[in-house]
Design a protein around this ligand. Structure first.
Ligand code: ADP
Ligand code: MG
Length: 263
């Protein structure tokens, strides 16, 4: 088992000239589960979008490397090739392409054999209670939240990445799906050395997918770090003490009547 390392250093990034991430430092190694938590608007999804290379997000300082390779210089598909797997909060629907098609293409693109792929996909699906009839249906089209996450977990199991970033994997997931998906991810972590970065607003997922380290994001910075006990603490205290990002105040254009203006 090779050891891998995702290193985020001094990451500053934003959208439309507005800075959202203001210096994020985080290292995820093989076999570790890290959780990034934080109030709404703290920049969690921005972090996953920047890691994914989503258009429109601009990195203004800092670096992200996987085993020393500069991920920020790579196109999204090249990042996957380098060993990064990203599960988005809202997976895209791909009409006309099935999970089997998508996985075959990915394996071929990364120069791997597709021998026995179908059997491997079936075994992955069975291990998390994902019905076989979804395997050759269009990717994510008309799937429930739980089915989409099971679908992503099958991809994760087959693609066998070095590091997986999971954004709000618990959104729309029923308890059974959450447990199945978490068990499979934990098995990959302990048996195959997968490194995991879970990004979540809710503590719920962390009862199933046990983090080694918890990082609290607040206003685009890591404001606190600790072990699993930090997640439990947040469960009782909430994010009080970690400010939410204030919405920028709308200023009426000069000359217009402002009904809320102080006299
Ligand atoms: P979280 O996932 O922690 O709730 P986000 O990363 O989605 O936070 O958002 C952080 C801040 O950045 C919020 O204030 C949000 O309004 C702003 N933001 C996120 N995406 C965009 C965007 N595409 N355009 C403008 N502002 C954005
Ligand atoms: Mg979010």
């Amino acid at each position: 088992m090779t050891a891998h390392e995702l290193v985020i250093e001094g990451l500053h990034a934003g959208v439309d000239g507005r800075e959202i991430l203001r210096g994020v430092d985080l290292t995820v190694r093989s076999g570790e589960v890290h959780a990034v938590m934080g109030p709404n608007g703290s920049g969690k999804s921005t972090l996953s979008h920047v890691l994914a290379g989503k258009p429109g997000y601009h990195v203004t300082a800092g670096s992200v490397t996987l085993d020393g390779v500069d991920l920020l210089a790579l196109a999204p598909w090249e990042r996957a090739h380098a060993g990064l797997f990203l599960a988005m909060q809202y997976p895209v629907e791909v009409p006309g392409v099935s999970l089997i098609d998508a996985l075959s293409e990915s394996m071929v693109a990364s120069g791997r054999s597709v021998d026995g792929l179908l059997e491997a996909i079936r075994a992955e699906a069975a291990s998390i209670g994902f019905d076989e009839r979804f395997l050759d249906r269009p990717l994510n089209v008309d799937l429930s939240g739980g089915e989409k996450k099971r679908n992503e977990t099958v991809q994760l199991g087959i693609l066998d990445p070095a590091i997986a970033v999971l954004d709000e994997i618990d959104s729309g997931l029923d308890v059974d799906a959450l447990r199945d998906v978490s068990r499979r991810i934990e098995a990959m972590t302990s048996e195959e050395g997968l490194g995991v970065l879970v990004i979540t607003h809710y503590n719920r997922v962390l009862h199933e997918l046990h983090p080694d380290r918890v990082h609290v994001l607040s206003r685009g910075r890591i404001a606190a770090e600790g072990g699993p006990e930090l997640a439990l603490e947040l469960e009782t205290t909430g994010y009080a003490g970690y400010a939410e990002e204030p919405e920028p105040a709308a200023t009426p254009p000069a000359g217009l009547f402002d009904p809320f203006a102080l006299p």
